[in-house]
Design a protein around this ligand. Structure first.
Ligand SMILES: Cc1ncc(COP(=O)(O)O)c(C=O)c1O
Length: 489
């Protein structure tokens, strides 16, 4: 027998849900505020208790509904306290900042609206256009309407940009990659410095160029031998390949180095290569007057990736792809079936015509709120402060006989190594490789490792607005103590 659902029953159920939402929401906001307030005085990170890990992993699928109050209580008790650690000012791992308070709060409103940000006359669409323009303005990149969009992060933005590069290069060669794929196409070649982030290689693999199409751009102490690069391009052309792409970093992931962007842009222009700049971590560094000149040439890139969810602290996820000519992306991606033609014939079309995603989340509200809460001046101050702290950390490292600096920092990443007394040189790589986990387990600072110039290296990335000299001192002391312990083991 069919159950009868009366109108009164339905609205009463919704009324109950709205009341429950309001009361559970207040509780949740309070527990989030308590969590954020308690963060600096707790351990940076600690492993989950075994029982809780097991409980989370093995949670059975519920048959019956749970009350919102109980869901909020479980999230507050079992999830919120067991975070990655990047909320703490002594967290120096990878490239992960704490979230901005404005971004956290407005994420709730974005979820409550729950739009698909593609097209139409709703606020989220217009806000994304404005926010993308703000991001371009912040880093001094030209921005004709439509020439950029928010993505899930730097990796996705890189795929978007390099798809634009691929389609433009092949179109110029008379090959329609969207119709014919890569079959019968000339071999595209990409020139990429060794320190480029792995997302560049992944994009090239995914786009069918293959990592074999990558040529390393040699940089000596950050300088480009333009003649050598142009000779390589000529040799590739002579061999029948199609040189298509040149990549530079506005802040490398290992050491925060800024590539010689102007010199790279010169070669790209002279050789008709698409110039792509990866500014996922470092593009906002241009706001620091002390190093702004190092970014000259970034504004000449055909495409620029930047990540609001890195230095700006927009809650994950928020990446951004910017291009000089929006049509380069539109040509690569636009596909409008009859069921998706809203705004398709408007001058800039829909966001789905410029990238990978059809249903798109409302990333712009938290990004707008994060920028609005600080303003350009506030962001510039935070960026400059992080860079100053990085130089201070480098000085502290150089002063400590059991540490050595791997590179002088240009931005807010410091690469360094431990060399504890009594550790034979042959064991140093092994020790430095083991160090990050040993330090993390102690709970007072969090740093991660890499291989830089062929050697195991620690890298401390400073992004937290509350990181202070005190936290740098803690990091140095923790590295030295953990390294001594490992050396003695
Ligand atoms: C320089 C650089 N490029 C690209 C990326 C990839 O960005 P995402 O993790 O947002 O995909 C990162 C991430 O740390 C990065 O540091």
């Amino acid at each position: 027998m069919l159950a009868r659902v009366s109108e009164a029953d339905t609205s009463a159920a919704y009324g109950d849900e709205r009341a429950a939402f309001r009361s559970a929401g207040h509780v949740l906001v309070d527990s989030v505020a308590d969590h954020l307030a308690a963060l600096p005085s707790g351990p940076v990170w600690q492993p989950l208790p075994d029982a809780l890990r097991k409980q989370l992993l093995e949670m059975p699928l519920p048959e019956h509904p749970a009350a919102l109050d109980d869901i909020v209580a479980t999230a507050s008790r079992d999830v919120l306290p067991h975070a990655m650690g990047n909320g703490h000012p002594a967290f120096f791992g990878w490239v992960n900042p704490p979230p901005s308070a404005a971004g956290v709060l407005t994420s709730l409103a974005a979820a409550a609206m729950n739009p698909s940000v593609v097209s139409g006359d709703h606020a989220d669409v217009h806000l994304e256009r404005a926010v993308v323009r703000w991001l371009a303005e912040l880093v001094g990149f030209p921005h004709p309407p439509g020439a950029g969009l928010l993505t899930s992060g730097g990796s996705a933005a890189t795929i978007v940009c390099l798809a634009g590069a691929r389609s433009r290069a092949l179109a110029q060669a008379g090959h329609d990659v969207r119709r014919d794929g890569l079959a019968g196409a000339p071999q595209l070649i990409a020139y990429v410095p060794a320190e480029a982030h792995s997302c560049v290689r992944r994009a090239l693999e995914l786009l069918g160029l293959g990592s074999g199409a990558m040529r390393e751009v040699a940089l000596q102490e950050g300088r480009l031998d333009a003649a050598a690069l142009r000779a390589q391009v000529a040799a590739d052309r002579a061999g029948g390949a199609l040189p298509a792409l040149l990549v530079g970093s506005a802040g490398t992931v290992n050491s925060g180095a800024i590539d010689p962007l102007d010199a790279l842009a010169e070669v790209a222009t002279a050789e008709n290569l698409w110039f792509h700049v990866d500014g996922a971590y470092g593009a906002f560094g241009v706001l620091d007057p002390a190093i702004a000149a190092r970014y000259r040439g970034m504004e000449r890139a055909d495409s620029l990736v930047l990540d609001p969810h890195k230095w700006l602290g927009v809650p994950v996820d928020a990446g951004c792809a910017l291009v000089q000519r929006g049509d380069d992306l539109r040509d690569a991606f636009s596909l409008i079936p009859p069921y998706l033609r809203q705004d398709a014939d408007a001058p800039v079309g829909t966001f789905a015509e410029y990238g990978l995603e059809q249903t798109r989340p409302f990333r712009a509200l938290k990004t707008w709120a994060t920028i609005a809460a600080r303003g350009r001046a506030g962001i510039a101050g935070q960026v400059a402060r992080a860079n100053t702290l990085a130089r201070e950390l480098a000085t502290r490292v150089e002063r400590e006989p059991e540490l050595e600096l791997a590179a002088a920092p240009e931005t807010s990443i410091v690469a360094f190594r431990a060399r504890p007394v009594g550790c034979p040189p042959a064991r140093l790589d092994e020790l430095n490789r083991a160090l990050p986990e040993a330090i993390q387990a102690r709970g007072r600072a969090f740093v991660t490792g890499t291989v830089f110039r062929g050697r195991e290296t620690l890298r401390a990335c400073i992004l937290h607005p509350d990181t202070s000299s005190e936290h740098l001192a803690t990091l140095v002391a923790e590295v030295v103590a953990a390294a001594r312990k490992l050396a003695a083991a």
